[in-house]
Design a protein around this ligand. Sequence first.
Ligand SMILES: NC(=O)c1ccc[n+]([C@@H]2O[C@H](COP(=O)([O-])OP(=O)(O)OC[C@H]3O[C@@H](n4cnc5c(N)ncnc54)[C@H](OP(=O)(O)O)[C@@H]3O)[C@@H](O)[C@H]2O)c1
Length: 327
Amino acid sequence: MHAITIPEPGGPEALVWDEVPDPVPGEGEVLVEVVAGAVNRADILQRQGFYNPPPGASPYPGLECSGRITALGPGVGGWAVGDEVCALLAGGGYAEKVAVPAGQLLPVPAGLGLKEAAALPEVVCTVWSNVFMVAHLRPGETLLVHGGSSGIGTMAIQLAKAVGARVAVTAGTKEKLERCAELGADILINYREQDFVAELERATDGAGADVILDNMGAKYLDRNVRALAVNGRLAIIGMQGGVKGELNIGALLRKRAAISATSLRARPLEEKAAIVAAVREHVWPLVADGHVRPVVDHEVPMPDAAAAHRVVEDSGHVGKVLLVTPR
Ligand SMILES: NC(=O)c1ccc[n+]([C@@H]2O[C@H](COP(=O)([O-])OP(=O)(O)OC[C@H]3O[C@@H](n4cnc5c(N)ncnc54)[C@H](OP(=O)(O)O)[C@@H]3O)[C@@H](O)[C@H]2O)c1
């Protein structure tokens, strides 16, 4: 088969469409013939040499894909050759074939094309596990999503609105904020021109955000704590603004607030399977009834993954960029 390999870490040109051995599905795994993969910010870090795949994972980039099952490994039940699926991956989505633990498979939701389904697993699992399973966002509460027009952000807005929450977003341009509003965002904050703590305070009559989904890490730690409501929950999923910040514990205490930080990729198989099962139960019906849709900016042939990386690295996209395998 062919896959995108990274012979030497570097810029987008480091991504090479190469002939590589086919993966063999192990115990509890299936082989998926990939129709499409999707780009995540983490893939850029992997390309640059800063985010190595966890032990045992495919060396190729790609944290999600869609396609058809072509073989079952030993001990797999509930799936059949020919099933159309999408999958959460620890790697290997930028390839024509990938071996996937069966617990990380999802059926293609009703009403959605096979290709588009590639845009869902990583963002849905990340948002559901952090905003709902950890931070327990409830109807009527306010969620602040940093980077509202990102792959993660576009999903977080839709899921939070679908459960009846109020959504505030930050983004870097007016056009991106407009796209967030189209997806349902109620409070729009341009992080280049406005102070999100002050804007949120104004929009919530001083209450703040019950839950914050944060991609920035250190750079926003202090401001995020200030923007939290009493009993607020800050869910950190990214470190785009650095890894070491200073925390005002007094402010956290007074607000009786909580901070969590999780990474999906390296979690044990059982934890990923539990998240995927929760997504299938709670999110798939919302996709099937049209409340939640993947936001696809554009698609690129997989061998041209470098072009997709250039766009995502420059934040020239809204939602997801798909990588379509040549046929
Ligand atoms: N922990 C996990 O398991 C996990 C899983 C998936 C993703 N993530 C993280 O989630 C984040 C989003 O991932 P993605 O793939 O959806 O990325 P993406 O589409 O590339 O989006 C990155 C976002 O960062 C925003 N941003 C940049 N500077 C900002 C600032 N100062 N304030 C607020 N937002 C800012 C950009 O906004 P503009 O375009 O408006 O500038 C853009 O929306 C990344 O940090 C990624 O590492 C974590």
